[in-house]
Design a protein around this ligand. Structure first.
Ligand code: UDP
Ligand code: MG
Length: 338
């Protein structure tokens, strides 16, 4: 079955069930928590009998039994679609795959570890029905997160606030509701460097925010190391701002100006007081300072050039290996999206 057939099959499915709500769940090595998550989600969905819901689990190349668990779930519950990516492409790619396959009138993104409580779904749907295109779920109290992580997060959001050309709401993760037209616009954004928090903010439209207390993980471990968070943070800044590049020019200009006046002062001292030019330490200090600034700006330039290089290759954002659907079986086949 090729991609066109799959899209047609999905359109038929959408027609049959007239899905109002798609729930997209990225999953990477979540075997400890997945059955519990599914149970909690199903319990909450049972309280919404009037909604036609589809659940889209995206297995992001898990090395544990997450995919087998998903397959079992899809045989037990109706309206589940399980996507199996060909390897670990990262959460941003997994979300992209989920959004590409969602056919609901609105889409909610939920983490599999129950840190995004499914009991908030009715509130989110109510906000959507009142006209919101995006319901941002802002983290109020964050349980189970170290003071250092909270400090780094707040510094990062401050930086992003000041650098980004697009307003990206503070303390809002990927837990959001998106209307159909938002999802359709997001699907048009072709970039490979996918910082989803930025991508989901970029189209704008009517946004509303609900604050919630974020619980700790129900089970398992976080999948992000400190270095990966720094990489994600950098990718957010470089994807949504060119200000660091401009800062390099401003810094260069400012240092040249200071150097000019300092040169005048040295000349004046030498001519009027006959004082010798300050010696070795000053020269070494200035050289080190300028060397540091130059390397820093080359590094900033490198970050952007590297990303241009990756974009220019136009590789697919993710590769799909299998699709399992409880409503309609779609055979395993390697397909490509991008
Ligand atoms: N995740 C993913 N691919 C990855 C890393 C994480 O799909 O490469 C999923 C993970 O299974 C979870 C969600 O993204 O459902 C959030 O991950 P995690 O809880 O580790 O992040 P944190 O809450 O610590 O920021
Ligand atoms: Mg988590």
């Amino acid at each position: 079955m090729n991609i066109v057939d799959i899209e047609l099959a999905k359109e038929n499915m959408a027609g049959q069930f007239n899905t109002t709500l798609s729930i997209v769940v990225p999953v990477y090595n979540e075997q400890e928590v997945l059955p519990l998550f599914h149970h909690e989600l199903s319990t909450e969905l049972a309280r919404l009998p009037n909604e036609q819901v589809e659940i889209i689990y995206v297995n992001d190349g898990s090395t544990d039994n997450s995919w087998q668990i998903m397959q079992t779930l899809s045989t037990q519950t109706a309206h589940i679609e399980c996507l199996n990516l060909s390897r670990n492409f990262g959460k941003e790619a997994a979300l992209t795959a989920g959004l590409d396959h969602a056919c609901g009138e609105c889409v909610v993104i939920l983490d599999a570890d129950l840190q995004d409580p499914p009991c908030l779904l009715p509130q989110m749907l109510a906000a959507w029905r009142q006209g919101a295109d995006v319901v941002n779920m802002k983290r109020g109290i964050r349980h189970d997160e170290s003071k250092i992580k909270l400090f780094c997060a707040s510094t990062y959001y401050w930086l992003l606030d000041h650098l980004s050309d697009v307003p990206i709401e503070r303390d809002v993760g990927d837990f959001r509701l998106l209307s159909r037209r938002m999802v359709d616009h997001i699907k048009q954004l072709p970039e490979r460097n996918r910082y989803m928090k930025g991508i989901m903010s970029w189209p704008g439209f009517k946004q509303t925010t609900i604050t919630f207390d974020r619980p700790g993980r129900a089970a398992g471990e976080t999948k992000w190391s400190f270095l990966e968070l720094v990489r994600l943070g950098l990718s957010g800044i470089t994807a949504f701002s060119v200000r660091p590049l401009k800062m390099a020019s401003w810094l260069g200009g400012a240092i040249s100006l200071v150097a000019f006046f300092y040169g005048l002062w040295v000349m004046f001292k030498t001519l009027v007081f006959g004082e010798a030019v300050a010696g070795y330490p000053t020269i070494v200090l200035i050289q080190l300072f300028l060397g540091g600034i130059q390397l820093l700006t080359i590094g900033i330039l490198g970050e952007y050039v590297g990303r241009v290089f990756i974009e220019s290759k136009k590789r697919p954002i993710y590769l799909l290996m299998d699709v399992e659907s409880s409503a309609q079986a779609i055979p395993s086949e390697m397909q490509q999206h991008g």
